[in-house]
Write a protein that binds this ligand. Structure first.
Ligand SMILES: [Zn+2]
Length: 90
């Protein structure tokens, strides 16, 4: 049996941009509560089209092999290493 679970948490926000901001914030807060978050797996969707998912974090591999990008999916700056608050184990 798997130890990985997916939380489906409906929220009311006016658009995709704000849904992504909310999801990033929720992921960061959950990471602080010792939850092991996989940023690359965080997605948002509208309630009536849950099969159409939109990525939240960039998650591209970094060129130096040092992890994955922790910035928002639509960032315009160069990719950056994961923030220390992600995947932190306690
Ligand atoms: Zn990136």
């Amino acid at each position: 049996m798997t130890e990985r679970w997916v939380i489906h948490l409906p929220v009311s926000v006016p658009d995709l941009h704000r849904a992504r901001i909310f999801a990033r914030t929720a992921a960061r807060l959950l990471a602080q509560l010792s939850a092991r978050i996989e940023p690359g797996g965080v997605t948002v969707s509208t309630e009536d089209q849950q099969c159409v998912r939109h990525w939240v974090f960039c998650d591209r591999p970094l060129p130096d092999g040092g992890g994955r990008c922790a910035l928002p999916v639509d960032h315009s700056s160069p990719c950056a290493r994961r923030a220390p608050w992600l995947n932190r184990r306690r």
